[in-house]
Design a protein around this ligand. Structure first.
Ligand code: MGD
Ligand code: MGD
Ligand code: MO
Length: 769
């Protein structure tokens, strides 16, 4: 028997010591320094499962007929050797750039990939594509597009900088009397931090706030969005009504003279115009608590009471990111800032607003902001981009104009897609539309460790390693820890690192020197670490890091930082103005006014969307479907792993439904159900709970898309991927973000024999003849 060995790795959900025996995982142990480790690590067993891509593979129709032939998603694959595969891919890249220009290559390649600063798949593919002469890219994220575009108009700073400057939860724990959480502070999400998370602290800090007497209010359709231990008051609104609720609260504050006119005067612009809207001076409709009650379904008296309590307490207003992943999502983030301004506590300890405590683990946590080791990017000579969630639009309509943040641009004409480290057949909305739009390019290439739906919809699939199969270092500019990641397993089958794949292509395309600079993995790790060290203070050298295994920034104080958002601005707005045109908080934005957008006025406003419970469409599809982030995995990653699988119902993803809604439909707990609307349908397993508002159901994202007729748009998804149901439509002409949380459906008991789940069996594969 081979000896057991333990090595350390890091993931987006924490650090683990992995015990192996004979090159297999024997057990997974959370890092002892982590007070609240995530169970998602127990799914790492999936790296050895049947879902791995074992050899380079080419779709049969493409191999036999050439680029553009056959149908993606519907055909078997032929396995080929690496040299043949790299020759094919290099040949295609060369053909497309020669015949159509580099702009015809779409390599936005959105996705979370894995922790690890060097092997970070997006950094690798973007560097390679730039070395090749450039590519069409994407801007903003599925997470936060609306926020990333609106927040700089309102407070001047880039969204990410505002988030890094969020008031520390340490301060909240000590100073806040009342914390109002729109969409809660979901601990299921705080498990995760892009780039890695050395210590999970959010649960402990919230508990400390509660012990210190902070009262929590959870304004969310789902009770679990705030930890039970916090004994919160639960107000369950209709989804997408938060802007109306905030307006109602603002109206009570203003009409009862509980607001702070001095704050509005000194720190804001445009308050008078906004207050005129609030009072209904133009449209005759005061946005009062009764009006907000009619839209949200909350009790008007509860809203009035809450507004009064806000004014008499040190109040923190928190919004979850989900609020802006909806039609007119820009408005909620703008309005929460305006509501906090009306209350006048911005810049005070424990008061004001926060954009996403709990959305990821770092928000309100972490020591000083710091740089991190990074694979240096190369300049991309092509100036062609799309807002990330407009991919199906782009593929369908080359040359079509689209509006984005005050500009009108045109979609590029894409001939080739290359993806590494993301799963668009997980992350994009209206997958049936994507199945069709995705047929348009001549060639689709995907680097993937697993046979995900995206790999199955590719022409050429190159098997990539997982982080367990390579050396790296984890880090996030928002986390206190940099952790060396040791190679735990040998590469599975013929898998290669993305870096080695791109080196193989760069050699064939004669750009190896600029891409690799002659370094291997070990040389790059040292190089990026030493570059980072030169930019930072008091960081030990690489040898010392290797001895210690990790670094903690901020030392002993790390967990105790006291940061207060906009403290300086409040102290002196003339010396420390905001970088907005006015130097103040823009309650009214002249810049946005100049964009002349129908769906994004110059001040925050309530606009009903096409899909919410108050829309005419709710007559046909009476349930609002929320598709929140899964507590049992990261997006689609490790869906085949042990932890994710134990939470399925009859092998399908579990959908939460209120017993009232279930009873009227004859649905019992554990039943198989069919969710549908006019875009698609999927199966799921019913979980009855009174913890969700009637009229709302919730199916987490990330169950691997598993169509009954692969490659056919409109096919039933057998496994419970909610994106066959969601709508593919921008938040507004301002940000064009994903509006996944605006979706109406109907649900019924599934009768008859259920088709088996096949998501975790590889597609049909044959050796090359
Ligand atoms: N309906 C609905 N849809 C949503 C959302 C929602 O709220 N509702 N949320 C959206 C949000 S916020 C996000 S961020 C997206 C997430 O969407 P994604 O980030 O695309 O989802 P992941 O499942 O993390 O996909 C990462 C892929 O990278 C692969 N991978 C991991 N490591 C490596 C590597 O080293 N090399 C290579 N080549 N591949 C690797 C994994 O196997 C996996 O397939 O989903 C979005 N989709
Ligand atoms: N375990 C785990 N954690 C994750 C991720 C993961 O995949 N797994 N993904 C990470 C990523 S990429 C991101 S972007 C963040 C996302 O962070 P968020 O976008 O904040 O996460 P969600 O889970 O979509 O939504 C949180 C809660 O908001 C509530 N909600 C939804 N719509 C509304 C609404 O209209 N009004 C109100 N008041 N509440 C609403 C839902 O009940 C939901 O449970 O999570 C990160 N954390
Ligand atoms: Mo995200």
């Amino acid at each position: 028997m081979a000896d057991k060995q333990t090595r350390r790795t890091a993931t987006h959900w924490g650090v683990y010591d992995i015990e192996t025996q004979a090159d297999r995982i024997a057990s997974v142990h959370p890092w002892p320094l982590d007070p609240d480790p995530s169970p998602i690590g127990q799914s790492l067993d999936a790296v050895d499962g049947p879902t791995r891509v074992r050899r380079p593979a080419v779709r049969k129709g493409w191999l036999e007929g050439g680029p553009g032939q056959g149908r993606r998603g519907a055909e078997p694959f032929v396995e080929i050797d690496w040299d043949t595969a790299l020759d094919l891919v290099a040949g295609e890249l060369d053909r497309v750039r020669r015949d159509h220009g580099n702009q015809a290559i779409y390599a936005g390649s959105y996705g979370w990939a894995s922790a690890g600063r060097f092997h970070h798949a997006q950094s690798q593919i973007h560097r390679f594509m730039s070395a090749l002469g450039g590519y069409s890219r994407s801007v903003n994220s599925y997470s936060l597009a609306a926020a990333e575009v609106i927040v700089p108009h309102v407070v001047g700073h880039r969204y990410g900088d505002v988030q890094l400057a969020t008031t520390s939860l340490n301060v909240v724990a000590e100073e806040t009397d009342l914390m109002i959480c729109f969409g809660g502070v979901p601990l299921k999400n705080a498990q995760v931090q892009n780039g890695g998370q050395g210590q999970h602290r959010t649960r402990g800090l919230l508990a400390q706030a509660r012990r210190n007497g902070c009262r929590f209010v959870n304004i969310s359709p789902i009770a679990q969005d705030l930890d039970r231990e916090l004994e919160a008051q639960w107000l369950a609104p209709r989804p997408n009504s938060d802007t109306a609720i905030m307006l109602g609260l603002a109206h009570t504050l203003v009409t009862e003279n509980l607001h702070d006119p001095a704050f509005l005067e000194r720190y804001c612009v445009g308050a008078a115009l906004f207050l005129s809207y609030l009072k209904g001076e133009q449209d005759g409709q005061p946005k009062d608590a009764d009006w907000a009650s009619g839209i949200s379904g909350l009790d008007a008296n509860d809203l009035r009471q809450l507004a009064r309590e806000m004014a008499s307490s040190r109040t923190m207003l928190n919004v979850s990111w989900s609020l802006q992943r909806a039609e007119h999502g820009e408005q909620t983030f703008w309005m929460v800032i305006v509501l906090a301004a009306i209350l006048g506590q911005i810049g005070l300890p424990g008061g004001g607003f926060a954009l996403g405590y709990g959305a990821v683990g770092s928000v309100g946590n972490g020591a000083a902001r710091h740089k991190q080791p990074t694979l240096p990017p190369l300049p991309n000579p092509v100036d062609s981009f799309i807002p990330v969630a407009r991919i199906a639009d782009m593929l369908e309509s080359p040359g079509k104009p689209y509006s984005y943040n005050g500009q009108t641009r045109q979609y590029p004409d894409i001939r080739l897609i290359y993806w590494a480290g993301g799963n668009p057949f997980h992350h994009h909305q209206d997958l049936n539309r994507l199945v069709e739009a995705w047929q348009k390019p001549e060639t689709v290439i995907v680097n993937e460790p697993f046979w995900t739906a995206t790999a199955r919809h590719a022409d050429i699939v190159l098997p990539a390693t997982t982080p367990l199969e390579r050396n790296d270092m984890s880090g996030s500019s928002a986390d206190d820890f940099l952790v060396l990641m040791e190679q735990v397993l040998s590469p599975r089958d013929s898998a290669r690192n993305d870096y080695d794949i791109f080196c193989g292509l760069a050699m064939r395309l004669r750009c190896l020197d600029s891409f690799s600079e002659g370094r291997n993995e070990a040389a790059w790790l040292e190089q990026i670490y030493e570059t980072f060290r030169k930019q930072s203070n008091q960081i030990p050298d690489y040898e010392a890091l290797r001895e210690r295994g990790h670094l903690q920034f901020g030392g002993e104080q790390a967990g105790r930082v006291r940061r207060i958002l906009f403290e300086d601005f409040r102290r002196d707005p003339d010396t420390n103005p905001l970088p907005t045109p006015s130097g103040r908080i823009e309650i009214w934005s002249q810049r946005i006014e100049s964009f002349q957008l129908d769906d994004c006025p110059p001040h925050p406003a309530w606009m009903p969307g096409e899909e919410w419970l108050g829309a005419p469409r709710a007559d046909r599809f009476p349930l609002h479907l929320l598709t929140h982030q899964p507590g049992t995995r990261l997006h689609s990653q490790l869906d085949a792993g042990a932890h994710s699988r134990t939470h399925k119902v009859q092998g399908r993803e579990a959908v939460l439904i209120n017993p009232q809604d279930a009873n009227t439909r004859g649905i019992a707990d554990g039943d198989l159900v069919r969710l549908f609307n006019d875009r698609g349908a999927c199966l799921a397993g019913a979980r009855l709970t009174a913890d969700i508002r009637p009229g709302v159901i919730c199916l987490p994202t990330g169950a691997w898309y598993d169509p009954q007729q692969p490659g056919e748009a409109g096919s039933l998804d057998k496994h419970g991927n909610p994106n066959v149901l969601t709508r593919d439509c921008g938040t507004s002409g301002l940000a064009q973000g994903s509006s996944a949380q605006s979706c109406l459906v109907e649900m019924e008991r599934f009768e008859g024999e259920a088709p088996p789940v096949t998501a975790f069996s590889p597609p049909s594969l044959s050796p090359a003849s």
